[in-house]
Design a protein around this ligand. Structure first.
Ligand SMILES: C[S@@+](CC[C@H](N)C(=O)[O-])C[C@H]1O[C@@H](n2cnc3c(N)ncnc32)[C@H](O)[C@@H]1O
Length: 314
């Protein structure tokens, strides 16, 4: 079988199984099986696949037909122009989450903190937290954009934190990312005596209470009762701890916002990704707390309120 025939066969099997974006999926899986890029594949349509490679490709196609997402088959996903390892232990980073990056960087920009601002002159470290880091996509991308930032990335899942650790190393920011296994921000809370263990694991510079300049989070926000309506790729393959926020989906926000209020510096920024119908509920939490100013919601490209940002009042 040559490359042209393999691609045609892969596409046909995916199309017959009604797999969305079947052309792209077949290309990605062939690129992965051959360890070649798209340009090489289209430049060598007559090249023959040896039989182990052909078998590997068709086995990948079969797994995709059975519902496994392409990213778990290839083991990678791009986010913010960077490449991330993904395994079934972590949510596959979504394009919507790049809006969290945009809003966070725009808010910092308004305060005179620009990306790649590293003039060599001594400046105060910017302290950032990413709550529920998963693959580490937000933590790593923020560390990459903000060379003077120290990033604390939390997750309840130890296997997810292992993936995040590898992604920090892969993208050259491991020395500025501290991974903490804890419930939301509980491991970083300065007033919670149960956090002592977690605190001891933190660098000495944070022992007096890490007060953050920026906290971001894409928390689990899908309602349990919506599980049946999810695509099977998501429901059957992505980690449920990353998907479901509780019976209604909005359960995590109140606790997260309360903790962020206590851990943000004056004028510190909180940026949250929102579930498709959670904007009103989450906005209500901010409106009920005088601790916040400059609360604003940003729409995603589909016109869904997707990101909420707020500033800790002085
Ligand atoms: C929606 S995923 C987001 C992952 C990643 N930040 C992203 O945007 O792709 C939510 C993450 O929160 C983690 N998580 C769930 N409950 C948590 C909790 N109580 N405390 C900390 N992390 C939690 C999950 O393990 C998962 O990695």
């Amino acid at each position: 079988m040559d490359i042209r025939a393999a691609l045609k066969e892969g596409m046909a099997r995916l199309r017959a199984a009604q797999i969305p974006s079947h052309t792209l999926a077949a290309e990605m899986l062939l690129m992965h099986a051959l360890e070649r890029d798209r340009a090489w594949i289209y430049g060598h349509p007559e090249e023959f696949l040896d039989s182990p490679t052909a078998e590997k490709f068709l086995a990948l196609i079969a797994r995709r037909v059975a519902g496994e997402p392409v990213q778990y088959l290839t083991g990678k996903q791009e986010f913010w122009g960077l490449e991330f390892e993904v395994t079934p232990a972590v949510l596959i980073p979504r394009p919507e989450t790049e809006h969290v990056m945009e809003v966070a960087l725009a808010r910092l920009g308004e305060r005179g903190i620009k990306i790649h601002m590293d003039t060599g002159a001594p400046r105060e470290t910017l302290r950032v937290a990413d709550v529920g880091t998963g693959s580490g996509c937000l933590a790593v991308a923020l560390a990459w954009e903000l060379p003077h930032a120290e990033v604390f990335a939390t997750d309840i899942s130890a296997p997810a934190l292992e993936v995040a650790r590898r992604n920090a190393a892969r993208n050259g920011v491991a020395d500025r990312i501290h991974l903490v296994q804890c419930d939301l921000l509980t491991g970083l809370e300065k007033t919670d005596p149960s956090s002592v263990g977690a605190r001891q694991a933190l660098p000495a510079s944070t022992q007096n209470g890490p007060l953050f300049d920026l906290i971001v989070s894409n928390p689990p926000y899908i309602a349990r009762e919506e599980a049946a309506q999810l695509q099977r790729e998501v429901r059957d393959h992505e980690p449920h701890a990353a998907l479901f926020g509780g019976a209604t989906g909005v359960e995590m926000y109140q606790r997260l916002i309360d903790q962020a209020r206590d851990l943000l510096r004056d004028r510190g920024i909180l940026v949250l990704e929102l579930g498709h119908d959670s904007a009103e509920h989450v906005r209500g939490i901010f409106d009920a707390q005088p601790a916040w100013t400059k609360v604003a919601v940003t729409m995603d490209l589909a016109g869904i309120p997707r990101v909420l940002a707020a500033e800790r009042a002085r």
